[in-house]
Design a protein around this ligand. Structure first.
Ligand code: ADE
Length: 240
């Protein structure tokens, strides 16, 4: 997978590309991250990338020319990419979207800054994504979130055991609680089912915990679930 990131702050990406699992994946060749700064495509003498908004108002707006020039230069140099604009007005990023993006060969993440960007840049991108209902100072952190979430779905980046974990999230459920040694920590024990060695019981306990957590913490996800007969029985057993 090739990630092309168009950003005025390429140095922000060092934390993602040099450390941890993503850094190792890059060393192994499972992914590559190219950083392109639209400022290098600004043609005026001050290399400006922003200007005042038409119609007035506070703040600056990113000019379309340097951004679009950067997008086009990247594609001319290394080939066409699926282009994603990061913006709080985009569609919410979800795990199914992450899985879809992980199947593509080349993603371009276009990061906005300042108060916004010229509306006409949207026409040069294939989709717009937001990482949540809050406003960041720019799209960079959102782009890093996408690189991280997509990278861990690529072959050879994680072990198989880890991949299985979020299959449950992809099925619309939150993950069940996990425990490791010691069996008693500061007076708190480990649920007996997990110590039982009975695989069927452990699976049912985990399933019930996932269902209960989802129902309590994310009722909107729970409402979308299609419960199996076993799910209903587990929940009925739990409730008086
Ligand atoms: N840029 C600023 N805020 C953002 C958000 N929540 N998601 C994506 N890009 C952004």
């Amino acid at each position: 997978m090739i990630f092309e990131v168009v950003t005025l702050f390429p140095e922000m990406f060092a934390s993602v590309t040099s450390a941890g699992i993503i850094g190792k994946a890059q060393e192994k060749g499972a992914l590559q991250v190219y950083l392109t700064d639209p400022r290098s495509f600004s043609t005026d003498k001050h290399r400006s990338v922003d200007d005042t908004p038409y119609g007035g108002g506070a703040g600056m707006v990113m000019r379309p020319e340097p951004l679009v020039a950067a997008i086009e230069a990247v594609e001319a140099a290394r080939g066409p990419a699926h282009k994603i604009l990061l913006t709080p007005t985009g569609a919410p990023l979800t795990q199914p979207a992450v899985l879809r993006l992980a199947t593509l060969p080349r993603l371009m993440l276009v990061c906005g800054r300042y108060e916004g960007m010229d509306e006409r840049v949207r026409g040069f991108c294939d989709e717009e994504l937001s990482i949540g209902d809050y406003v960041l100072t720019g799209g960079e952190l959102a782009a890093m979130v996408i690189v991280d979430a997509v990278a861990r779905r690529l072959p050879g980046v994680l072990g198989n055991a880890d991949s299985a974990v979020d299959e449950s999230f992809e099925a619309g459920l939150l993950e069940h609680p996990q425990y490791t040694r010691p069996a008693l920590y500061r007076g708190v024990g480990v649920p007996e089912a997990l110590l039982s060695g009975n695989h069927g019981r452990i699976r049912r306990w985990r399933r019930l915990q996932s269902l209960l957590r989802t129902r309590d913490r994310r009722p909107e996800l729970f409402a979308k679930l299609t419960l199996s007969d076993e799910d209903r029985a587990l929940l009925a057993g739990e409730e008086p």
